[in-house]
Design a protein around this ligand. Structure first.
Ligand code: NOJ
Length: 760
């Protein structure tokens, strides 16, 4: 039978349905067999990923699909919209199924906290839960692939997309990258409730110069390998079926035309076997990058460099045939790309059943946004783990659910902003605002509200970010502040919900300032002047420079954009129904001028010395040194103490392990969780090594008064880095181990890594 099918394929006899071959052929043979039957036009069609937008009517799209000229679409999020497109594919000559992609970044119908917030939980289980639910909801809407996780290391918060990723740290982002991929893909990307992960943006998009979106990246190879590339590799180890190519250039060569990146590194060195997709219009952008003189050249560069599928395609469709005929590209350039697309469809189970995630019409939900389809309990559970308590003077928090609370601020009642950017198919009306959350929780006492300020009064900024996103109150600023002050005067405690509208923490939303926008700072000053206890609830997608406001506030809770159940989760923490346990996955600078300001920096030849004046050390003379809040920082309503660290040995051989242990005790009055963090410093290396690097962590729960031993096993692998020859090595010598509940306050011990011969 197998031979008969192959024979049929060879002689071009195609009436055997494609699906029938599945049982008897391996994936490779199946895909080759299919490729052998395809015309050039059909092959090119498979390389086109088309946006569902107003550029083509649904009829036109179906016509194109039926003619074999589209391989997949993105942007449609319902079974009943996707089904007719899949029907059209089933009417095409070879019945090659379509796949349907969408940006399911932090939830689908139920919106979970943004990436940066998820990372703040340091709770891999909770992060996985958010990804799994997103996959279930999205697959139930006929979606096969997500353009996520977004795993670009971000160390410059001016970059608006900092919000989408998981922060500044290589180890933490790499752990989350793998977890998210596995959560989306479940047991296998072919399961009906799985969606294939397309990790992005390959590579280094988070390192755009000056944090300006789409800007260039110039980076030495050692830093690239050491700090920026591991998360992508980790996503691949997690089984990511696809990878999206970044929009930036890398050392002068745009990612989309970068053969070193996509061939040498991704496919050859890392062995990636999945599908490589461009970003939206990323191929035609090569003209603007100045490496192609027209779209034809752009298509040539991209396909030769290894971009298999063109997102929002206006280059492969029109150009590949001409390029092949002129000899500018080879048949194998096209066939290799087609092989990847068909391979991904095979892995998604679409050849077995094109309707795997679309289901039958009779089972379509009457209302896609029906409440029963949401996972509110899980969204609330995850959201409260992502909140970071930054300050809590004299135990002001948690608040009592009584008395008069003045809730002030332009974000307190926003249903849109709390969802964060890239909120997939979330519906603002279904999100619980902070106002609603507090109301839901308070059974006695009263809540008075005043807006207090607008988020920006700059008309140019408003126009840029979109007036539909930011609804300004037309009243004069002074009147709004007055109203807020009056509300505060009547209250026992003031909660000011301040930050950025979500449109400021988004793609194409880079800022030159990290200050609170609009008149929010003025508002906080006025509220402070009332003498009432002041709680700041921050809602933002990047670290903000809140040095001044931090001094004024008695308590600060960082809530990022916490999703559909955000308001309830925030209320859980403010009222103490949940004890906060989040830790910052990114450093909070004192000012924008300190950027970049990440914890794992090099020591320099003249490191800062606290308290010493003008001593020619590395510092800014006009501002206190160091961050406002360090990486890994976050308080709890209880207190934890750490004993000195014990090392199982002061030497480590290359084949052995050593164990670093501390006792952690909950010395406060409440049960609570904390994150015990392990950092390592390589004291002397063949190249300068960072002052510390996160190597492991454990989130532990301790009952009031309880004490637990926390052990970290360390082996040679934890000590490896990329040397000047880009070899991944551990060099013998002294290492310092640090354990703490943030990156700054740590217990330290040293050990020596022995050389093979057994001596340092
Ligand atoms: C452009 C963004 O850079 C990318 O992250 C996203 O997946 C695509 N648009 C599709 O929405």
């Amino acid at each position: 039978m197998k031979r008969l099918r192959l024979l049929c394929a060879l002689i071009g006899f195609t009436s055997l349905p494609v699906v029938a071959d599945m049982a008897s052929l391996s994936k490779e043979a199946f895909v080759s067999n299919l490729i052998n039957q395809m015309t050039l036009e059909e092959k090119i069609g498979q390389l086109r990923l088309i946006a569902i937008d107003e550029k083509m009517t649904p009829e036109k799209i179906r016509e194109e699909i039926a003619a074999g000229r589209i391989g997949g679409t993105y942007g449609s999020v319902s079974r009943y919209v996707n089904r007719p497109m899949q029907d059209a594919a089933q009417q095409s000559r070879l019945k090659i199924p379509m796949f349907f992609g969408w940006d399911v970044i932090h939830g689908h119908r139920t919106i979970f906290p943004i990436g940066l917030a998820l990372a703040s939980s340091w709770d891999i289980g909770a992060i996985e839960l958010s990804g799994r639910i997103a996959a279930k909801e999205a697959s139930a809407d006929g979606i096969d692939m997500t353009f996520a996780p977004m795993i670009d290391i971000a160390r410059d918060p001016r970059w608006g997309r900092t919000s989408e990723g998981f922060g500044e740290d290589t180890y933490l982002v790499s752990r989350i990258a793998k977890a998210m991929v596995q959560a989306y893909q479940g047991t296998s990307p072919n399961a009906p409730d799985s969606i294939m992960a397309s990790a992005k943006h390959f590579a280094l998009y988070g390192a755009v110069e000056g944090g300006r979106d789409y800007n260039s990246v110039d980076m030495g190879l050692a830093r690239m390998y050491q700090d920026y590339l591991p998360p992508y590799r980790s996503a691949i180890e997690g089984g990511a079926g696809a990878m999206m190519v970044a929009l930036n250039s890398i050392n002068g060569v745009p990612a989309a035309s970068n053969a070193w990146l996509m061939q040498d590194l991704l496919r050859k060195a890392w062995g990636f076997k999945g599908l490589v997709i461009s970003d939206h219009n990323g191929i035609n952008d090569l003209v603007q990058h100045g490496v192609a003189k027209n779209h034809r050249e752009a298509a040539r560069l991209a396909i030769r460099a290894g971009v298999a599928m063109s997102m929002n395609d206006f280059s492969y469709g029109p150009e590949l045939k001409g390029l092949l005929e002129s000899g500018a590209i080879s048949q194998s350039n096209i066939d290799n790309a087609v092989r990847e697309v068909l391979g991904a469809k095979y892995d998604m189970g679409l050849f077995e059943d094109p309707y795997r995630r679309i289901g039958v019409a009779s089972e379509d939900p009457a209302d896609n946004n029906a409440e029963y389809r949401l996972h509110r309990a899980q969204a609330r559970e995850v959201a409260r783990k992502t909140l970071v308590l930054l300050k809590n003077e004299n135990g002001l928090l948690p608040l009592k659910k009584e008395g008069v609370i003045a809730l002030i601020g332009p974000l307190a009642k926003s249903t849109v902003d709390i969802m964060g950017s890239w909120s997939a198919s979330g519906v603002p009306a279904q999100s619980v605002t902070i106002y609603d959350g507090l109301k839901n929780a308070m059974n006695q006492g009263s809540l008075i509200y005043a807006r207090g300020a607008n988020l920006t009064e700059d008309l140019e900024v408003l126009k840029y970010l979109g007036e539909s996103e930011i609804k300004n109150d037309p009243r004069p600023a002074a009147e709004m502040i007055d109203e807020a002050v009056k509300a505060a005067q009547q209250a026992d405690v003031v909660i000011a919900v301040v930050g950025e509208p979500r449109s400021m923490s988004h793609e194409a939303a880079s800022r030159t300032s990290l200050d609170l926008p609009g008149r929010q700072s003025e508002l906080i000053t006025a509220l402070k002047a009332t003498g009432k206890p002041l709680v700041l609830v921050l809602m933002n997608g990047r670290p903000l420079s809140i040095g001044k406001e931090q001094k004024l506030a008695n308590a600060i809770l960082e809530t990022w954009y916490s999703g559909s159940e955000g308001g309830n989760a925030v209320a859980d923490v403010l009222f103490g129904d949940y004890n906060p346990s989040g830790k910052l996955p990114i450093t909070f600078p004192r000012s924008v001028g300190q950027i970049p300001n990440y914890y794992s920096h090099l020591n320099t030849g003249r490191p800062y010395i606290a308290g010493a004046l003008r001593n020619y050390t590395s510092q800014y003379f006009d501002q206190s040194h160091g961050p406002l809040y360090p990486f890994g920082y976050g308080l709890s309503y209880t207190d934890f103490s750490l004993t000195d660290m014990a090392l199982s040995s002061t030497t480590l051989s290359k084949t052995d392990n050593l164990v670093a242990s501390v006792m952690v005790k909950n010395v406060g009055q409440r049960d609570g969780e904390t994150v015990v963090q392990l950092y390592i410093r390589d004291v002397v290396g063949s190249v300068s090594r960072p002052v510390k690097e996160l190597k492991n962590f454990q989130k532990i729960m301790l009952k009031a008064g309880e004490e637990k031993a926390v052990h970290f096993s360390i082996n040679e692998n934890d000590l490896k880095f990329f040397n000047a020859q880009l070899e991944h090595v551990a060099e013998p010598g002294e290492f310092r181990v640090q354990i703490g509940l943030d990156s700054q306050n740590v217990k330290e011990q040293s050990f020596e890594l022995l050389s093979e011969q057994g001596s340092g």
